[in-house]
Design a protein around this ligand. Structure first.
Ligand SMILES: *[C@@H]1O[C@H](CO)[C@@H](O)[C@H](O)[C@H]1NC(C)=O
Ligand SMILES: *[C@@H]1O[C@H](CO)[C@@H](O)[C@H](O)[C@H]1NC(C)=O
Ligand SMILES: *[C@@H]1O[C@H](CO)[C@@H](O)[C@H](O)[C@H]1NC(C)=O
Length: 463
């Protein structure tokens, strides 16, 4: 539930929970900046507070008419409209209009929130418990009939509740709410129990995946012995469990060195390599690749192991087997990220801006012999193949990777007579798209403009 997101701010989390649950059963109207009042909803009809809440929402929209609230569906953007950071904007090539949707990350939260909102009221609070708590607040703040509301507006002070009372209610609430640690414990116990069905396990893994995005939750999972169970799930005979376990693993690993180290120590890297190298459904490979990428990023020790155990060959086989699939772009992105990491460290070393911990990193990265492997594995030409795709995204990732690989591949690129022609025609195409994308009055920096920049940079390198 939302609470987990805010677990560092327990007090606020309670408020959020309270607000969310309150919205489900009662109407909660916000009268001023601080004062909250709670009125139990009459069966059926809309209360005055309902109406007020709607009005408030409407007027917020009126104050900021230019900001579009994206959903999971594409919607057309009108000129002058803005979108929240993180949204996914694309140009509809048929209509020439810009469209917006929630970004990948936002989508995850959106879907989760919707799912959770339904679940929250049922599982975390009994309806009676919640009613009790809310009633208590209501009693404390005095009865609120419609008649008394005007009066209350004049004497807002009466709506503020003494802090001590609020704290006491929150302490009561806290007893009702599971902490993240408790939830993790419960989920792991369920996962570990021989009683759970496959469907049940899949559901548990989905909940875990959400929780372990938070760094400390992922570490708690480790310290509870959860990794052993998750890694065991990779071995399941059911592909869906393999897939979901890899998904949890990847999310727990992302930017989390503690988990990265423990997974390697538990032999997780070998497992992932084996899963990538042996026949599996594409859905499993995707998530395993995600987990492997999360494990390798910013972890030179794992990179070295991966490379010295045939990781590049495994990726190359995957790449060849996936002629039109989405794995290619993920593989190339992973490689170019690793190259860029190493380049940045070397660059910092050359500029002498490293401190002693970076020195150690530099030493570790120097043992990662990536370039030789890339050359031998024919990656210079594999990456170039992405340019032949019709997908903008793939071309973009291909160009980024070609630039990242240029220290190794430049000579090969120069020998490729079809490359300048290809770049030339792409430039013409993206120049057109960038022109159309540009709305009057706006600066540059659109998506197609960025691809155009990449094309220009690559051309420059080839000269
Ligand atoms: C397994 O399920 C049975 C009945 O559904 C229950 O009595 C038992 O306690 C469960 N065992 C475990 C280990 O959860
Ligand atoms: C899972 O169950 C086994 C025995 O049933 C137990 O030894 C182990 O500690 C459990 N693991 C976790 C993480 O709860
Ligand atoms: C996973 O499966 C492989 C082969 O199917 C087996 O050799 C290995 O012992 C299994 N590992 C665990 C932890 O079950």
């Amino acid at each position: 539930m939302r609470l987990m997101v805010f677990s560092h701010h327990r007090g606020w989390a309670i408020v959020v929970v309270l607000l969310q649950c309150a919205q489900l059963m009662t109407t909660l109207a916000q009268k001023s900046n601080c004062a909250l009042t709670v009125v139990e909803k009459t069966e059926g009809g809309i209360t005055q507070d309902d109406a007020e809440a709607m009005v408030t929402e409407d007027s917020i929209a009126e104050e900021h008419p230019e900001v579009v609230q994206p959903t999971d569906q594409w919607q057309t953007l009108k000129p002058g409209q803005a979108v929240p950071i993180g949204s996914h904007v694309r140009l509809n090539l048929q209509t020439g209009q810009r469209e917006v949707r929630l970004g990948e990350e936002q989508m995850k939260y959106w879907i989760h929130t919707r799912r959770q909102k339904k679940a929250d009221a049922e599982s975390y609070f009994g309806a009676d418990e919640l009613k009790h708590v809310l009633k208590k607040i209501k009693e404390d703040s005095g009865p609120l009939s419609k008649d008394s509301q005007d009066q209350n507006r004049e004497s807002k002070a009466s709506q503020f509740r003494p802090l001590e009372e609020l704290k006491r209610d929150m302490a009561e609430l806290e007893l009702l709410v599971e902490t993240d640690v408790q939830v993790l414990r419960r989920l792991l116990d369920q996962l570990n129990s021989t009683n759970s069905t496959t469907e049940g396990r899949l559901q548990i893994l989905l909940e875990l995946e959400y929780l372990v995005h938070q760094v400390d939750n992922a570490q708690t999972l480790c310290s509870m012995g959860g990794l052993k169970i998750i890694l065991g799930g990779l071995n399941s005979s059911d592909y869906r469990l393999q897939e979901s376990s890899a998904f949890v693993l990847g999310s727990a690993l992302a930017s989390n060195p503690t988990v990265q180290v423990e997974v390697v120590e538990r032999g997780g890297l070998q497992k992932l390599l084996v899963l990538l190298a042996t026949p599996r459904p594409l859905s499993v490979k995707k998530k395993v690749l995600f987990a492997a990428a999360s494990l390798l990023r910013h972890f030179p020790y794992a990179q070295r192991y991966f490379l010295s155990h045939g990781g590049l060959q495994v990726l190359s086989e995957l790449f060849h087997a996936d002629a039109r699939g989405a794995l290619r772009v993920r593989i190339v992105t992973l490689l170019s990220d690793i190259i860029t990491e190493k380049e940045l460290i070397s660059q910092a070393a050359a500029d002498q801006t490293l401190d002693s911990t970076d020195e150690e990193l530099l030493r570790q990265y120097s043992k990662v012999s990536l370039y030789e492997g890339l050359l031998e594995g024919g990656w210079c030409s594999l990456v170039r193949e992405l340019l032949d795709s019709t997908e903008h995204d793939w071309r973009e990732k291909g160009l980024q990777a070609m630039l990242a690989m240029s220290p190794v591949c430049l000579e090969r690129y120069r020998l490729d007579v079809s490359l300048p022609v290809c770049l030339g025609s792409l430039k013409v195409q993206y120049q057109k798209l960038a022109n159309r994308e540009r709305t009057p009055g706006e600066g540059n920096g659109g998506y197609f403009e960025e691809i155009l920049d990449l094309l220009n940079m690559l051309e420059l390198k080839l000269k």
